[in-house]
Design a protein around this ligand. Structure first.
Ligand SMILES: [Zn+2]
Length: 378
């Protein structure tokens, strides 16, 4: 094992989820089990502090997901923030490294008059005043060359802007299921600053947003001097132990608690209640697999993406159905695998609560959401 960023060989496994199927290959419902699986482990580089995926799994198929409204609203806020910082201006140039899941800021940026440059163009024509990375970096197996490509695209005095779910959020909230095949790097702000400084940049500003429990918008530039708020965010992650094996051990403990979910599901079944899930998202796959869920415990997972309907969750026989089919099951409990979707999905599927069902979030233990009376009273 070499670090994907600094190439150092010193490090250790800090989270081991055992054999896990690739989350992005959702088999058709009729495909027989078992699904191929490979070890899913997080390795922490002792030299640079980057937490990363230990092995490359052959992730091939990216099923388009439905972008939660909360993600789109965050994109509006992030682009607005960059504009207030003077980084988005008519006539300025922008290059984007977007997510293979299809999310992009480009239309928001060109809509404000920025010009999209072709990264393949040579010389100054291929450089940009603003290089944005919107969940692109984590999908790159070779982090060092990925960072170099982004830095090389910067015009003199340019700014690199990234939105990321920092490891500090994952750790603080015990989001062990954020570890996924095909997601190669789990950046914390301190580790990112260390890596950027190898490329002559540094973290300049960082802003915290509540999306996914704590999302960062980060800007980096040459000669960066972080302000007090940014230094505080750096210090907070340091205090959480994001670059320390002892700190990250809490993630393993949270993952080992997945059997609590299974125990809860068994109790619900024993009580005669039907439980379904919502959101056949990447983070749901290790949750479903690690808890050993089967269709007799979790009847189905609803998802609004037509590309996923008719398939099943990897590693189990739990089918993925449309929101309408989910409602027709009249579930007593619906476990929300994507907490960011909570208000949107509850508003879109009032039938669930109208039929006496309850939405359940995992924090990380199952917690029933109080029915929203405000929705019926307007
Ligand atoms: Zn390293």
């Amino acid at each position: 094992m070499h670090c994907r960023a600094c190439r150092d060989e010193r490090g250790e496994i800090v989270l081991d989820l055992g054999e896990q199927p690739p989350w992005d290959r959702m088999p058709w419902a009729g495909t027989p089990l078992p699904d191929p699986a490979s070890p899913l482990r997080m390795w922490l580089c002792r030299a640079c502090g980057l937490a990363q995926l230990e092995t490359d799994a052959c992730a091939v198929e990216e099923l388009p997901g439905v972008e939660p409204r909360a993600v789109a609203e965050q994109s509006d806020r992030a682009v607005g923030r960059l504009a207030r910082e003077g980084l988005v201006r008519p006539g300025g140039t922008v290059a984007e490294f977007g997510s293979p899941h299809g999310e992009s800021w480009l239309s928001r940026l060109t809509g404000r008059g920025m010009r999209d440059v072709d990264p393949a163009a040579r010389g100054a024509a291929g450089r940009a005043d603003l290089v944005v990375d919107f969940y692109g970096l984590l999908h790159e197996p070779d982090q060092e060359s990925a960072l170099r490509r982004r830095v090389e695209l910067l015009a003199p005095g340019g700014t690199l802007a990234l939105q990321l779910l920092p490891l500090g959020t994952v750790l603080r909230d015990g989001q062990w299921y954020d570890l996924r095949h095909g997601h190669y790097a789990y950046w914390s702000l301190p580790a990112l600053d260390t890596a950027l400084r190898r490329h002559g940049l540094g973290v300049h500003r960082a802003w915290w947003y509540p999306l996914s429990g704590g999302t960062l918008l980060v800007t980096a530039r040459e000669g960066a001097e972080p302000d007090a708020d940014t230094r505080r965010l750096l210090a907070e992650e340091d205090e959480l132990g994001v670059t320390d094996p002892g700190g990250l051990a809490r993630l393993q403990a949270a993952a080992d608690g997945a059997h609590d979910l299974r125990t809860w599901l068994e109790a619900e079944r024993a009580a005669g209640r039907t439980v379904a899930g919502y959101g056949a998202a990447s983070r749901a796959v290790p949750l479903v697999c690690r808890a050993g869920m089967r269709a007799d415990l979790l009847a189905a997972v609803g998802d609004a993406s037509p590309a996923k309907q008719g398939r099943r969750m990897p590693g189990t026989d739990v089918p993925i159905v449309s929101p309408a089919e989910l409602v027709s099951l009249r579930p007593d409990r619906v476990v929300l695998f994507l907490p960011d979707l909570a208000s949107e999905v509850r508003a879109a599927l009032p039938e669930v609560e109208a039929d006496g069902g309850r939405w359940v979030t995992l924090d990380p233990c199952p917690r029933l959401l109080t029915p929203e009376h405000s929705m019926s009273t307007g």
